[in-house]
Design a protein around this ligand. Structure first.
Ligand code: CA
Length: 145
């Protein structure tokens, strides 16, 4: 199964950039240009990861986060907030609301590569890639570098 990333982003340029690069990495990417549209998409197909812009038309990122966390299907989906520089209070609020992590805009694709982004790696590791809820005790401790 191809991991499915749902991107909430109303800035066309950034949405296109994220979609292009993530698809190149082999992910299936959906883009929603406002909160309402994204919530509908998340209901139709549960994503494996959500990239959530905080300033969205119709339904704000905080509200989107709350609603995703309020539904059993999307409660455990990793959510990474996209915030503009300096919105420190938004970050705190976002993490408080249930977001797993945040990236500061402008977002570079380097930041979104799991291997080079410790802040994302935890979320990415949590992806339900096996489709099974049973945890195996085998841990991969291979040193990198
Ligand atoms: Ca925005």
């Amino acid at each position: 199964m191809t991991p499915h990333i749902l991107v909430f982003e109303d800035e066309d340029a950034l949405a296109t950039l994220l979609q292009y690069n993530l698809e190149k990495e082999g992910y299936k990417v959906s883009v929603a240009s406002d909160g309402e549209e994204g919530l509908m998409q998340a209901e139709e197909e549960t994503p494996d990861l959500v990239l959530l812009d905080w300033m969205l038309p119709k339904v704000s990122g905080i509200e989107v986060c709350r609603r995703l966390r309020g539904r059993p299907e999307t409660r455990n989906v990793p959510i990474i907030m996209l915030t503009a520089r300096g919105e420190e209070s938004d970050r705190v609020r976002g993490l408080d609301t249930g977001a797993d992590d945040y990236l500061t805009k402008p977002v570079s694709m380097v930041e979104l590569t799991p291997a080079s982004a410790p802040c994302c790696a935890a979320s990415v590791r949590a992806w339900p890639t096996t489709g099974s809820a049973t945890a195996t005790s085998s841990s991969t401790g291979s040193p990198t570098g």
